[in-house]
Design a protein around this ligand. Sequence first.
Ligand code: ANZ
Ligand code: ZN
Length: 866
Amino acid sequence: MTTDQPQATPDRHFPHKDVEAKWQQIWRQKKASQTPVDPGADKYYVLEMFPYPSGRLHMGHCRVYSIGDAIARFMRMRGKNVLHPMGFDAFGLPAENAAIKHQVHPGDWTEQCITDMKDQFERMGFSLDWDREAVTCRPDYYRWNQYFFIKMLERGLAYKKAAAINWCGTCETVLANEQVEQGACWRCGNPVTTRNLEQWFYKITDYAEQLLNDLEKLTDWPESVKTMQRNWIGRSEGARAKFRLLPEGYVAGKNVPARSDSDKVIEIFTTRPDTLFGVTFMSLAPEHPLVDSLVRGTKYEAGAREFISAVAQEDRFLRTAEGREKEGFFTGRYAVNPVNNEAVPIYLANFVLMEYGTGAVMAVPAHDQRDFEFARKYDIPVKVVIAPEEETLDDETMTAAYTAPGLMVNSNEFDGLPSSDAKSAIVDRLKEQDLGGQTIQYKLRDWLVSRQRFWGTPIPIVYCEKCGAVPVPEDQLPVVLPRDVQFTGSGNPLLQSDEFINAPCPKCEGPGRRETDTMDTFMDSSWYFLRYCDPLNAEEPFSKKAADAWMPVDQYIGGIEHAILHLLYSRFFTKVLRDLGLVNIDEPFQRLLAQGMVTNTFVDKATGVLAVDENGRPKQAKMSKSLGNGVDPLEIIEQYGADTARLFILFAAPAEKELEWTDEGVNGCSKFLNRVWRLVQGTLDACEFAPEEAAALAPGNANDKELQYQVNRAIQRVGSEMGERHHFNTSIAAIMELANAISTYLSTSHEFERMTLGFSVRTLLLLLFPFAPHVTSELWEQAGFDGTIDEQKFPEFDPKALIKDEFEIVLQVNGKVRSKIVVSMNATKADIEAAALADEKVQSHLGGQEPKKIIVVPGKLVNVVG
Ligand code: ANZ
Ligand code: ZN
């Protein structure tokens, strides 16, 4: 079967605007992205982190959602029942700031932004099921935050306490530890200070061990994210030990008085009980509750108070940073080392934090670098108790702490033991004497969830003089944010709303006052993926049945900036909901893809010219407002179309890596789509004869066979790159190669095997569809293929077509590639050797010498060693 040569078509840009508008309209009308009712065993839940509704989609958004959409479309073609929902993380400060600036209610501002953004989502052609939209600032969503809060209160997982906490003066609110990055607020970047306030917390520490251990189940998460979580949770095995406090008036060198029942003790946490005999002082956190009674009324009091307030000025991150000068203050008091009854002086030290361990440290300068620096500065003795195998350490002259293991010295009956064995021996001894024991310590702190802001979920508590803090009963939820508020820019507007504040006590019906703190917005995002499973449920946050059917999320996609924050909170929340009997899973996200940043070149503000690196090449930086190097997705859609934008985003870099924005790259993708457009329009005749299955293809001549091989190979590659690994760029490369192969076929064949040509074009469109859905939909229709492309199955390849009767072999001389030959499938090793030696280029590189050795790697290469 042959046809005439397809007609050449004029070189023109395809009408992307019309095509995209047309197909978006069709998809909307037929609800093409609707979630199947019954997920069954073939469910596939693909989710991208939902955006804050700023009103404008930026390139970072386009990247995440293009990734998710390609997966969603691919999985639908693979016959999966796909859930691909979207919503808005709609509480938070920007809406409140807009309210102050424009005097609009944050709710009105947010809803307008949501409308605008949904429109932009549509214009990108993302296949989202909007019927499942979850918007966290709407009462039908946030009432469930309140419901969970009460459930957690009942279980002792929510509680209120006074603590030294992080305060951002710019945002005028407290922050959780996870929200402080290198001493600065995660949101505004301004320095964080410490304040003592009474706040609500979630007891995430109860789950520390599970959160750590279950990381092992997350085999499809990036190792880097798991490592960050592991470090954040920070498990340390160690010991606690009690140091008896000596009475005031004890001075160094005097006999240590005997133990008395009224003696106070200071408990320490250490990871190195093997060094207990080397303790030469103790250091306490300046905030340690004992400090006051240690110095009160003594000559040390004034100095101590001054020191404490100086340290309190400084952020905890900076205070404990490695290079920070060690500062201390002697309290005038001593405590007794439980293993050798020696008295050691007690200092306050800036690098000791109250929140970790017990807030007290047994200091071993010989074996801990911070203690060493401290001891040298304040002239405190150093005492070596662990000896390295090879050298001898001298207390007086050593210049750094020795922190590795070794043999025990100066440690009485433990001398001579390897220090690793001495650890447990010393802990056993402490335990026998009731002076300590083994313990596990986590760095993770409880999650501070209250915020002094308006635009968040009201914490459902009423304070009553008689009954205290009373939770609002479930049937009175939601506690709704008031409308009668003024946004002046100072303080929490909820404090001025009488309508809101005055509420009867739910218990005694006496006068009460509502809690005016709202919840951290990370609460909202800790369970939204569950709401998507059952978004319209008015009776429950979601039904167990729906959650069981859809969870866990099969593929989650989002920014690495959430490696700890959101991902840790969501994991915690899922475990809490599991323990409340609401879900059956331990972990919410099966597989995680952390997409890289979108970067661009930028103009140096100081010089006014393009910033360059030391090699004179333009520097790249994350697209951002402040650098002025953002590219507006809407402009790209206008100029090139959404398909081009999506294709470029997925082709220009692996999803996990940085994506450098370049006009050339965008142009290249636009050209490719135009080529496909012309290619298909030029082969419409052949498309009529396209079979649906590769196996139906007729054998044909060598050109036909080559194209058959290429098309089957492309199906195989895209199928495995997309299905198993989510490698978008290599998938697109395979599709581009197929387009080339079709062009080559058209230019080298005089006669066309119409079925082969038609099948190749059909396949090209199917493979390209998840990346460029509009143009492929249009071409599919023009080619007269059956139905619409979004209803098609992913093609299957014919394994037989992948077996070639000839293949190419690389020829090397002394390990360097010099030539290539084509050999028959049936060629023997001797045939291949002979063909290699007969090659002209091989001969010339051998320069007339006899080859010493010939290595044949079957199917790949021959290396001739001269
Ligand atoms: C004595 C000692 C000797 C220590 C030695 C270390 C080495 P990680 O691994 O991070 O858990 N420490 C305990 N509580 C502290 C606090 N609140 N603030 C600052 N430092 C504190 O570290 C545990 C070690 O950090 C503990 O072990 C303690 O110093 C110190 F050769 O005790 B170590
Ligand atoms: Zn009451």
